[in-house]
Design a protein around this ligand. Structure first.
Ligand SMILES: Nc1nc2c(c(=O)[nH]1)N[C@H]1C(S)=C(S)[C@@H](COP(=O)(O)OP(=O)(O)OC[C@H]3O[C@@H](n4cnc5c(=O)[nH]c(N)nc54)[C@H](O)[C@@H]3O)O[C@H]1N2
Ligand SMILES: Nc1nc2c(c(=O)[nH]1)N[C@H]1C(S)=C(S)[C@@H](COP(=O)(O)OP(=O)(O)OC[C@H]3O[C@@H](n4cnc5c(=O)[nH]c(N)nc54)[C@H](O)[C@@H]3O)O[C@H]1N2
Ligand SMILES: [Mo]
Length: 772
């Protein structure tokens, strides 16, 4: 008998069709106008050969041999033994090296679900056990998160409720200039889930309302065809220079909004003297910018004229700040909007992250929904999220971060739950060297991905399809039921159940579980939400909610704190939460840090690796490792949708026709992408839709090193992070700079090695000595 059950994922809502407890297929949820194809492809991955079925321990770790993480085989153990090993090791590390020696930063997206949230569970468990070293900011937007509070004040992500929504843009705006484009592939995703994908139709509505779009990006497909966008290919990492050239043109022609700059901003004069070249003798005029960006001088002048004569929005995506000096394009985009005359007008001004996640620009915020309760972390120390390899390699080193001096901690036990560092970190060969340093690495995973293969103790987790929960995505006004649609594969358990067992062994089970079972927790969190919202929402009781599968929440009322409309109308009455109460075009605070790589106003700094660097003589192609259309990061790379996108089993790499011709490369061939840090195989797609000198290889193919542990070894599958540099954006944010990397590409004419990314490591049962 077939049953139909709701499914909530970061890529939207679906319906699981289950026949006598077997998951048959996953269908788009009715009413989703643009469902993601990632959902249906989850079915085959649910129990594929990469599934981790039993707890496993790296053989060398058991034998006390020096670490050879990634190159070893594993021994499967019972849950009882696994819990003993992990709890004993946590106890040993805490008593020998202190609580800060436990790293629980564990960055990663995990799965949708308010209760079974992997980081939430891990942090609660580690905090109750004495504390842990945490990480700060995200791989997504670290530079933005650190710079924006200095410039516009407020919570790092408050811009999401302060920028114009798509429907307001359709109503009021005439011109959108999008630095980094508006790639619809990315709006498949919304953190925590969403009921309906709306970005495509809202973009279409803007176009139908007559809004003109300009997409400044190395890749044409970053703007949907129906937008009829003007495509301005730009030399990667040069957006700040383009914006400076436009700003200079506005200034020298007197087109800029002097009134807004005087009343609502601070420091324009000091910035203006930089623009005019009074400090360094270099006017940042349109001709100067054209020479850097590859965009014509007249095009930049025309943009300056149109931005100041039309009601406009300056948009900036996240990719432009995941780069060397990534703070600058974000800061400069705010300044450009402040000069344009549109800042603070309805449906106009400035915004970030449109079409990077579906709800961004769709809804400004959502009502409160409870999640697993946090426990304060007794350890105050943290690392900036992307400095994990530095911390492991150089404990005790002092680094700058947003005006602070941080001492990198001495990490002995790394506990990862809900993230995939061997996908997400830059320069995986450097990470591999760093990864040999700690005494122990514990990982909770559902599949034998690279992070699991590089762990010492691997605990198999149930997936989001294998547990009861409920979802509420970022800014999405729905609470969605997530009933279990299949039993956990093999002996896998939920993260919660694993932590409850560890907490029991360590003597704080009662504090961790509060005496509730998992289903009681799910009910409890729903009831807390219901009580908190009270009459405002009048949510049905839990059983009714579960029957209905989804309920809608009330929209929180604006205006939200820090509104630019309020600032424009009355800067004294509605100051921003910056030191000056104004938009900080010059920041005394940042200036006081004295950083040579982040001055007191937006500045053009040459990236270390870009097309006009000396290194381009050896590696003449700029690599864009953007988000994959076929999956979420590395998640479900083993799912049907992602596997269907591979070429000869490798991740596709797109190369411009002229660059391909010069190298004898044709579509469908396997190529080797390489630089001094590493190399990988990939399947070529030859295209006219990306600019010459640029290649595009998405993130997330599970890393498949030929000689695990050997620096520079070939990756058979196509993970761009064997090529990227582990270099901070600047001393201000210490953020990741994945998009600043040069490579070359050549044909791979030799024999094709098999891809082993989805093959489990050598696995022995405890009584089986065949693997020795
Ligand atoms: N070169 C390059 N690198 C990048 C980027 C780039 O643009 N270029 N982008 C960066 C960005 S923006 C991001 S956000 C990061 C993303 O990096 P991650 O968030 O680390 O990537 P995911 O693939 O989402 O990893 C989530 C992991 O959690 C596991 N998981 C899912 N649900 C659960 C659960 O319930 N419990 C447990 N224990 N595990 C679970 C999944 O199997 C998966 O392995 O990558 C960054 N890396
Ligand atoms: N399908 C899918 N969607 C996703 C994700 C996913 O994994 N899969 N991940 C989600 C996450 S975690 C995040 S943080 C967001 C990320 O959102 P973004 O960071 O905005 O996404 P990317 O795809 O990395 O980059 C978008 C485009 O920016 C352009 N670009 C790159 N470098 C430059 C540059 O220097 N200048 C200019 N002008 N353009 C440049 C590239 O052409 C690229 O296609 O996406 C989210 N959406
Ligand atoms: Mo991200």
């Amino acid at each position: 008998m077939e049953r139909r059950l709701p499914v909530a994922t970061h890529w939207g809502s679906f319906v699981a069709v289950v026949d006598s407890d077997r998951l048959v297929r996953i269908e788009p949820a009715p009413g989703d106008p643009a469902p993601s194809p990632i959902g249906p492809g989850m079915v085959t991955a649910a129990e594929d050969s990469a599934r981790i079925l039993r707890p496993a321990v790296r053989k060398g770790w058991l034998d006390g041999r020096p670490p050879a993480r990634g190159a070893d085989s594993f021994v499967e153990v019972s849950w009882d033994e696994a819990i003993t090993l992990v709890s004993d090791e946590l106890r040993r590390v805490r008593s020998r090296h202190g609580d800060s020696a436990v790293f629980g930063g564990s960055y990663g997206w995990a799965s949708a679900g308010r209760f079974h949230h992997a980081q939430g569970q891990l942090h609660r468990f580690l905090a109750l056990g004495g504390g842990y070293t945490d990480s700060r900011n995200t791989y997504s937007t670290a530079a933005l998160e650190v710079i924006l509070p200095h410039v516009i004040g407020g919570h790092p992500w408050s811009y999401q409720s302060r920028m114009p929504m798509w429907d307001e843009i359709a109503e009021h705006c005439e011109l959108v200039v999008a630095f980094g484009g508006l790639a619809l592939k990315n709006s498949q995703i919304n953190p925590g889930g969403l009921a309906r994908h709306q970005t495509r139709d809202l973009q279409r509505r803007c176009r139908e309302a007559g809004v003109r779009f300009v997409s400044v990006s190395p890749i044409r497909g970053d703007a949907a065809g129906f937008l009829d966008a003007e495509w301005l290919p730009i030399v990667p990492n040069t957006d700040t220079a383009a914006m400076l050239g436009i700003a200079h043109t506005m200034l020298v022609n007197g087109w800029h909004d002097e009134d807004f700059l005087r009343r609502c901003c601070t420091g324009f004069d000091r910035f203006a003297s930089y623009l005019l070249g009074e400090l360094d003798g270099v006017p940042k005029d349109a001709a100067w910018a054209a020479g850097i960006t590859g965009i014509g001088r007249e095009v930049l002048v025309d943009l300056a004229r149109r931005l100041t004569s039309r009601r406009s929005v300056v948009m900036v995506n996240y990719a432009v700040q995941r780069a060397d000096h990534g703070e600058q394009p974000i800061w400069m985009s705010v300044v450009l909007a402040a000069m344009s005359g549109s800042m603070g007008l309805p449906g106009c001004g400035w915004g970030a992250g449109y079409a990077t996640m579906d709800a961004t620009g769709v809804a400004p915020a959502r009502a409160f929904v409870a999640t697993i309760p946090e426990v304060p972390n007794p350890v105050p120390g943290f690392i900036p999220v992307a400095r994990i390899a530095d911390a492991l390699l150089n404990p005790g080193e002092v680094i700058d971060y947003d005006g602070m001096r941080l001492t990198l901690p001495d990490l002995r036990l790394v506990y990862w739950c809900g993230g995939n560092p061997f996908h997400h970190h830059q320069d995986l060969h450097r990470l591999t060297r760093a990864w040999q340093r700690p005494d122990t690495v514990v990982v909770h995973e559902a599949w034998w991905n690279t992070t699991a293969k590089f762990a010492d103790i691997v605990l198999p987790v149930a997936t989001s399809l294998e547990r009861d929960d409920f979802a509420a995505g970022f800014s999405d006004p729905h609470v969605v039921a997530m009933p279990k649609v299949r039993e956990p594969a093999g002996e896998s358990r939920t993260d919660h159940r694993i932590f409850a067992a560890l907490a029991s062994r360590l003597g704080f089970e009662k504090e961790f579980t509060e005496g509730r079972s998992e289903t009681e927790w799910v009910r409890h969190l729903y009831e807390v939400t219901r009580a908190e919202l009270g009459d405002e929402a009048v949510l049905p009781d839990f059983d009714e909610f579960w029957r209905r599968s989804a309920v809608e929440l009330p929209a929180p009322a604006g205006p939200f704190p820090g509104s630019f409309e309020a600032l424009r109308a009355d800067p004294e009455g509605f100051p921003l939460a910056t030191p000056s109460g104004r938009i900080e075009i010059f920041s005394e605070e940042i200036d006081s840090f004295g950083y040579d790589d982040c001055a007191g106003h937006p500045t053009w700094y040459e990236p270390t690796e870009w097309l006009r660097a000396g290194l381009a003589e050896r590696f003449p192609l700029h690599l864009i490792s953007n988000q994959p259309a076929s999956r979420l990061h590395s998640q479900y790379d083993n799912g049907g949708n992602s596997l269907g996108s591979k070429i000869h089993g490798r991740e596709p790499v797109t190369i411009n026709r002229s660059d391909a011709a010069a190298r004898g490369i044709e579509s469908g061939m396997v190529v080797r992408v390489h630089n001094d840090r590493g190399s990988c195989l990939a399947g070529a797609i030859v295209s006219d839709d990306l600019m010459p000198g640029v290649v595009q290889l998405s993130t997330g193919a599970w890393w498949d090193p030929v000689q695990p542990g050997e620096t520079g070894t070939l990756d058979r599958h196509g993970n761009p992070n064997v090529l990227t540099a582990d270099r901070p954006c600047s001393r201000l944010s210490q953020g990741p700079s994945a998009h600043s990397v040069l490579v070359d590409v050549e044909r791979h004419d030799g024999p094709l090695p098999d891809v082993l990314a989805f093959t489990p490591p050598g696995l022995a049962r405890p009584d089986d000595h065949s693997n020795e």
